[in-house]
Every structure is written in structure tokens, then in C-alpha cells.
Design a protein around this ligand. Structure first.
Ligand code: F0G
Length: 418
């Protein structure tokens, strides 16, 4: 009913094989299903009566039963209609799918609930990942819930404080490397090939991406099966855009929706190999040696899933754009001040990218757009404080506060009572 398949040469591998790249050609793997069987299965199931969450879609997931599911209640995040921000941007229909509402504050939880459940099915005892922060926080939490050992490799000094705090408090073995994310990913890939007992849960693991595809399913269901025209999201290692596109294509294959949104990937200027390849019409990316951006979550120069991402963008008729750090931080503030949504800088790049594309005439004002905000603003408190107005400090006296706020003096009590 399901297997792992190479996206390049089509070679198939068993669903229970621990394998991260195609043994024949080295290509990326994805989970494939017999969609006729899947269609028959979901027709008989009562999934549509379940609440919105990753596990509403259990029938679509590569999991054998319910007994091993490790859940912290992930998914079911808000799809916020952002009319005030839409008006400011000059567009008509803007929604934000706010993934910061997940249990550890990012979309990674969708992947980890499935990835860790799969790890239990495979009788794994130790899990590992490289991370710019959110993956490590999420993996550490789910490993703790499942009673597994967890090792995370992070670039020293380059992950936001909230994320570091999470990985540490959940009890992971946190290893800071003197090198960037790309280097960390190379190391964990090599380590997990060499030491088979250590199970890799970066997004190269196709089971993790199966969980993340639920984001697309949710958008379809929240919009009554009328998919948006466009989905805009930040791209780092490029797993998420690939997973979301797979989710939309599956809903279409199963006859649940009739079209797929234009997948639109946004990267930070200093870390934009995929956006550059799309803009220049190249078939392959040119990795960036020293990626740099304020949005540390997407500070990635050699995205492992670039091939999947380029396929998602091209086949959906989408596009990619780059945004500067200033544009990212401005978008972060706009979203917070006009919509009450506090997201981390990488997440705000989706808004910044949409603004830039619309202003350049590359998107239409009538489009229904969903921007995915991938992580919570509290992940990176340092940035939030840096970009905001400092609090005022005054004496603890009512007069001082009246003076500060420009409030007129109290009316005498006799006047008030009249
Ligand atoms: N947004 C946030 C907040 C992220 O943490 C990440 C990736 C992305 C976007 C990009 O997603 O890699 O699937 O294209 N963070 C990874 C991590 C790399 O280690 O937490 P992607």
C-alpha cells in the first residue's frame, strides 16, 4: 500500500527500510501510496467528522495503526483572515496560516509527531537532527514524550534564544558546532549512515514531510475545499514547501479539490540559492558558502530538498522571491501591529515576499493568498525587542504617568457627580 520512492530514478524501497537517499542514484526519497486503495480507504472512514489536526488525516499518513502515535496536539492552527493588512498591501484576500500555534511553536511539530511515531514503529531508540533551532526544539519535545534519546547539532551562536532554551529544557543532548547549519546537516547525515542505530529526523526523512503535508490539507478544509490561488512561505532547507505541495497534489489526486495553489517560496537575500535558480531559470541551484540573514531559521546555503522545492514551484506555476533583512523586520512589525500576530523573522518573510511580488506586478490584487507564518515570535525575543520602541520609565506616581501620556488633570469630584 505504501513505499519509499526516489524522486529522480523512481526506484522503490520498502516502507520499513531505514534509508535517507536512493541507493541507486543518491536522489531524495518520498513516500508514495497506492492512491486507488487510499481513495477507497478514506471513503469508508469518518475522518471528516474529526477536529482539525494532523491526526484528523491519519488515513493519509504512513503509520500502521494508532497504538504508537506520539502527540502533543499538533496542527489545527488558525487560518486568520487579515483584512487590515490586506488593505495596507493593496490586495483583496489575505489569510495567514499561523504555525506558531503548534505545541512547540512551529510547523515542525506536524512533521515530528509523524516522524517520532514512525521511529517507534521502527524500534529506534535514538534520534538526531541538525537544526537552525525549531527542528531541534520540536524533535527534543517529541523524543521526550516518546522516551527516546535525542541529539541535536546546532550552529554555535546562530540560533535564537527561545529555541535553544526549548531544546535544553526538553533534555536533548545539545551539541553546538563551530560551523553553520549546512555543515551540521552533512555531519548528521554521515553519522546516521555510519551508526545505523541513530535515526535521522531532518526533512530529508520522507516520513517527517508526510506530517508536514497536513498543512495543505488543513488549508483546503478551512477554505471549504476551495484552495487559495497562491500559498507563500519562507524556504530554508526546502522541506516544507515540498511537503505542502505534496499535500495539495494528493487532495487533488483523491478528488477532494480540483486545483493546486501557486507555490511561492521566499528566501532571505543572503541565503537564496533556490530563489536565484528560479529567477534565473536554472535547473540546478548554486549553493552559497556563507549564508547570512537576520532570519536565522532560514540561514541555509545548501538546501537539501532543493530539487523537490523547484519541482513544487515549477509544476504549480508558482515563483520565488528574495527579501532583505529590513523588509523582513518591517513585515514582522506590520503583522504584529495590524493583525495581532507575533511571528519570528523567518516567518515574516512570507509577508515581505508577497508585498514585494505584488508591488512588482508579479501577483494580482484579486488572488486569494495564504501566507504561512512558520514560527512563533517568542522564539526570538532579542529581535522583537531590538525592532520595537523602548518602554518608558517614570516614577511610580499617577502624576508622572499623566504627564507621560498627556492626560489632563483629574476633574474635581463635585464636577463628576453633577
Ligand atoms: N521558517 C522557520 C521558522 C523555520 O524554522 C524553517 C526551517 C523554515 C521556515 C524553512 O523551512 O527548511 O522546510 O524550508 N527551520 C529548520 C530548522 C531548518 O532547523 O529548524 P524549510
Amino acid at each position: 500500500m505504501m513505499y519509499q520512492k526516489c524522486i529522480v530514478c523512481g526506484e522503490k524501497f520498502g516502507a520499513d527500510e531505514i534509508i535517507y537517499l536512493c541507493r541507486r542514484c543518491g536522489g531524495l526519497l518520498e513516500v508514495d501510496y497506492d492512491y486507488d486503495l487510499l481513495e477507497a480507504k478514506i471513503k469508508k472512514s469518518d475522518w471528516q467528522s474529526l477536529p482539525l489536526s494532523v491526526w484528523r488525516y491519519k488515513d493519509f499518513m504512513p503509520i500502521r495503526g494508532s497504538s504508537k502515535i506520539v502527540s502533543l496536539t499538533e496542527g489545527g492552527t488558525g487560518l486568520h483572515s487579515c483584512q487590515r493588512l490586506a488593505r495596507i498591501l493593496g490586495i483583496k484576500h489575505l489569510y495567514v496560516k499561523n504555525e506558531g500555534e503548534n505545541p512547540t511553536g512551529s510547523f515542525k511539530d506536524r512533521g515530528m509527531t509523524v516522524g517520532i511515531t514512525k521511529a517507534l514503529e521502527l524500534n529506534v531508540e535514538t534520534v538526531i537532527c541538525a537544526s537552525t533551532g525549531n527542528t531541534s526544539a520540536s524533535l527534543a519535545a517529541y523524543a521526550a514524550k516518546a522516551g527516546l534519546q535525542c541529539i541535536v547539532l546546532i550552529p554555535s551562536g546562530k540560533i535564537a534564544y527561545g529555541k535553544l532554551a526549548q531544546a535544553m529544557v526538553y533534555g536533548a543532548k545539545v551539541v553546538q558546532i563551530r560551523g553553520n547549519f549546512d555543515r551540521a546537516l552533512k555531519i548528521v547525515l554521515e553519522l546516521s549512515e555510519k551508526h545505523r542505530e541513530v535515526y535521522l529526523l531532518n526533512s530529508i526523512n520522507p516520513y517527517r514531510l508526510e506530517g508536514q503535508k497536513s498543512l495543505a490539507y488543513e488549508i483546503c478544509d478551512q477554505l471549504n475545499r476551495q484552495p487559495p490561488d497562491r500559498v507563500v512561505l519562507p524556504v530554508g532547507n526546502a522541506g516544507n514547501i515540498s511537503a505542502i505541495w505534496k499535500g495539495f497534489t494528493e487532495f487533488r489526486k483523491l478528488g477532494l479539490v480540483d486545483r493546486i495553489p501557486r507555490m511561492t517560496g521566499i528566501q532571505a537575500e543572503g541565503a537564496a540559492p533556490i530563489a536565484q535558480a528560479i529567477k534565473n531559470g536554472r535547473a540546478e541551484i548554486v549553493p552559497i558558502d556563507k549564508p547570512e540573514t537576520v532570519a536565522t531559521a532560514i540561514r541555509i546555503g545548501a538546501p537539501i530538498s532543493w530539487k523537490k522545492a523547484i519541482r513544487a514551484i515549477r509544476e504549480s506555476g508558482g515563483t520565488a522571491e528574495t527579501v532583505s533583512d529590513e523588509e523582513i523586520l518591517e513585515a514582522q512589525k506590520m503583522l504584529a501591529r495590524h493583525e495581532g500576530l507575533f511571528v519570528e523573522p523567518a516567518s515574516a518573510s512570507s509577508i515581505a515576499g508577497l508585498k514585494k511580488l505584488f508591488e512588482a506586478g508579479k501577483t494580482d490584487e484579486d488572488e486569494v493568498v495564504v501566507c504561512v507564518t512558520t514560527g512563533h515570535g517568542l522564539k526570538d525575543p532579542d529581535i522583537a525587542i531590538k525592532i520595537s520602541e523602548k518602554p518608558s520609565e517614570v516614577d511610580a506616581e499617577i502624576e508622572s504617568i499623566e504627564r507621560l501620556l498627556g492626560l489632563s488633570r483629574y476633574m474635581p469630584a463635585t464636577v463628576i457627580s453633577r
